[in-house]
Design a protein around this ligand. Sequence first.
Ligand SMILES: Cc1ncc(COP(=O)(O)O)c(C=O)c1O
Length: 444
Amino acid sequence: MDGARSKQIQFVPRGGGPPLAIARSEGCTLVTPDGTRILDAAGGAIVMNVGHGRREVAEVAARALEQTAYLVPPFATEGRVALVERLRTHWLPPAITRVAFTSGGSESVDAALRLARQHFVSKGEPGRWKIVGRELSYHGTTLATLGVGGHAKRRAGFEPLFVDGPKAPACYCLRCPLSRAYPGCGVACADEVARVIEREGPESVAAFIAEPVVGSTGGALVPPPEYWPRVAEICRRFGVLFIADEVMCGFGRTGRRFALDHWDVTPDILVGGKGLSGGYAPIGGVFATEAVLAPIAAAGDDFMFFTYGSHPAACAVADKVLEIVEREDLVARAAEMGERLHKALAPLERHPHVAEVRGLGLLRAVELVRDRDTREPFPAEARITQRVVATGLRHGVFFYPGGSDPARDVIVLGPPFTIGSDEIETIAQVLERSIDETVARLQG
Ligand SMILES: Cc1ncc(COP(=O)(O)O)c(C=O)c1O
């Protein structure tokens, strides 16, 4: 098994010293015990939306824990009720009215897969069980989510333990898996979703799952305008539920409430995590239409919860974080600062070792290659992404390491929505310098 896929050890170079100690964090900055300041260009793991060190959130957490440390998920608490209400009135698409909470992204996707299956079993269609995913995607680390995901490195070695779902190709124009070019391709990769469903037998397929904007696996891959409307239509045509995994790209990250809003598409099941609490509490959410839940209710069945699902303090914290996002108009700010980041990164588009700079809002990525003209990647052993991240840290900026073959080396940027213009300039400058220094060391 290759240690490079493991999230927790990517942040120090192989054979490097102990993990970097962080004593505290504030705004967009991490502070080490000796006072060194590190600009958090990744918002943790693309999690922090309102920035670090919000006292009012900590106070809400303390109050919620004093009120009720723990209650089983079906009981109502002030925080739970408020969060559900806020999501329904301010965040979720109108058709998505049903809400359940877990402790994070993987659990939420896992629950969404179960929900899709339960929908069809309750409806008297037990033959529908397959979940179609896409290559170059990530949906979590549980065995079920690894099975529907397409992150080769993170899946490697675990294959005997999971059901390997059928995969449609990624929508990855830089290296089109169908060897076509947009717009002449007619977005053939969207039609591949239909082809895979037909190949599997539509009567056996329960759902299709995808990240509307692929996060760290492919590096902020944004499909063309036709893609999502067509895929949603394909799902409808075959009676297949469309699960949008917005764990990374949701809750304002791309400059709209949810990434699919850019395409005016509503899925049947929407999955959130990360930005739901902006890193202040471990919580994820599974959101669905009435039509998804109706057969389950009609069958007198219920949806199984996790012990820590809807944790009272996590719900209260998420409600507060979303309230801050609304109060400070941070989704619009993510769009605005995302444009600035895009402009600041523009010089890298001509860099000899950058194949592409891409993304939406404050979810951006830079794909590194050995040769810009041929798009030949650096050899895997070079571990260029890890090295660039380590170099960035030495220069006081934390970048997120992403990528999976064929998008092997990707530096992901996802700073808090509160990021300032000067900080954006610093991110772009340090990234360029870190790439240059890393490549020079590799070649020298
Ligand atoms: C798109 C997507 N889905 C699911 C997950 C899993 O979330 P978690 O790490 O909170 O379990 C992630 C995490 O990075 C993600 O980016």
